[in-house]
Design a binder for this molecule. Structure first.
Ligand SMILES: Nc1ncnc2c1ncn2[C@@H]1O[C@H](COP(=O)(O)OP(=O)(O)OP(=O)(O)O)[C@@H](O)[C@H]1O
Ligand SMILES: [Mg+2]
Length: 378
């Protein structure tokens, strides 16, 4: 797979009312003052790839504050063919998606078409904050490489909503408790598939990240990642659901299953969330993202598109060089990787200045003739 995003069009996406940006197939450096809209451009590329924002789960926040809908279009070349992706979204929050001018109904038909890894300051949440950030990390990664996973994940989420409704109905005595068995079996079926796939990916990541992290810390630190599942087998899953049934009927929510699972992260045998310093947590987050990148390369035999938001300024000189060498194709057996990096100044890019495409965000001319918002937003 040879993938190259040629341009992106934004209408009413965050601060960008009407914009078209063209990219080179190598390193693209987006530069501009604070609040000039650099991160918003990377967010739009990520959204086009995954139909999700890296910083919010409320899609309507992405609509320009003076508008009622947004529209994003991107054209890529993939294995020699053109790939046109379009997403519109209105205040109601519903997305309209097109792939090569054809309307598509399901997210899974677009996720994975243009694989991407996003390095952002928010990565720190993945190691510091609650388990939902680690689940999101895994779900986006696995969905991009395996669209059956996304299909099953959506199915599972639907079953959980239905089971929760059934739990409340049992409490209100409009449904017999025995009827819950039907939901339990469905939850176990879809849930076990998610657990197995996540366990498999975490064990692969564990292998990759161990090596990367050793290299990053000069051999001083070992990390290990461990998926912490709600249940290891169908039988133990069934048993857990049974044990919690009374309490769940009272609350009307399903409290066990992969939607509550976590990934434990250890450094030198200690829990990183509890005992890691800020710097250690940051380095582990970076190792995990690099692990994600290498894992995608193993899956696709090629690197995905890489987005770097503000990360360069946080790295020390050695690590910055390490990254720039990977991106510009000086390290390893690959050529340059198409990447998108935001920065307020060009100083960190001195060593590869002849190999980068510099995009001055404030200088991009507005582009009103690309407006296609109404047709696509629903
Ligand atoms: N829905 C929205 N409508 C209009 N403007 C918005 C919306 N969401 C965010 N913005 C604005 O977009 C501007 C640009 O944000 P962005 O995060 O892209 O800046 P940036 O260039 O990455 O800045 P920095 O260098 O500080 O990271 C901000 O002023 C922000 O308030
Ligand atoms: Mg920014």
């Amino acid at each position: 797979m040879i993938l190259n995003l040629k341009y992106i069009v934004l209408n009413n996406f965050r601060c960008h009312r009407a914009l078209k940006v063209s990219f080179s197939e190598k390193v693209n450096v987006l530069t501009g003052r604070n609040a000039s809209g650099k991160t918003n451009i990377l967010e739009a590329i990520f959204f086009l790839s995954t139909t999700k924002s890296h910083r919010t789960s409320v899609t309507k926040e992405l609509i320009n504050k003076d508008s009622k809908n947004f529209y994003i279009k991107g054209e890529a070349v993939k294995n020699g063919s053109s790939l046109i992706l379009e997403i519109g979204c209105s205040l109601g929050g519903k997305k309209a998606i097109k792939l090569n001018h054809q309307k598509i109904r399901a997210r899974r038909d677009i996720v994975g078409q243009m694989p991407v890894v996003f390095f952002s300051p928010e990565d720190l949440y993945m190691v510091k904050e609650n388990p939902s950030f680690r689940r999101k990390f895994l779900d986006i990664l696995i969905s991009q490489i395996d669209h059956r996973y996304l299909l099953n994940l959506q199915k599972y989420q639907k079953i959980i909503i239905e089971r929760n409704r059934a739990l409340s109905q049992v409490r209100e005595r409009v449904l017999d408790i025995k009827m819950l068995d039907v939901w339990d079996e469905q939850v176990i079926g879809a849930g076990m598939e998610i657990i197995r796939r996540r366990q498999d990916i975490v064990s692969k990541l564990n292998r990759i990240c161990l090596v990367i992290h050793r290299e990053m810390t000069g051999g001083n630190e070992e990390i290990s990642l461990e998926y912490s599942p709600s249940a290891g087998t169908e039988d133990s899953y069934r048993k857990k659901l049974e044990e919690k049934k009374r309490q769940e009927i009272e609350q009307g929510i399903t409290t066990t299953g992969p939607h509550r699972d976590d990934v434990y992260i250890f450094f030198n045998g200690m829990n990183l969330r509890q005992f890691g310093s800020q710097g250690q947590q940051r380095t582990v987050a970076l190792s995990m993202k690099l692990g994600e990148l290498e894992l995608m390369k193993e899956e696709f035999n090629e690197y995905p598109i890489i987005l770097f938001d503000d990360v360069m300024s946080e790295l020390d000189d050695e690590r910055r060089e390490y990254f720039l060498e990977i991106l510009s194709g000086k390290r390893g057996d690959n050529g340059p990787i198409q990447s998108f990096i935001t920065t307020t100044g060009l100083k960190p890019f001195e060593s590869i200045k002849n190999n980068i495409n510099i995009i001055k965000v404030e200088k991009i001319a507005p582009c009103f003739n690309q407006r296609d918002t109404t047709e696509h937003a629903v």
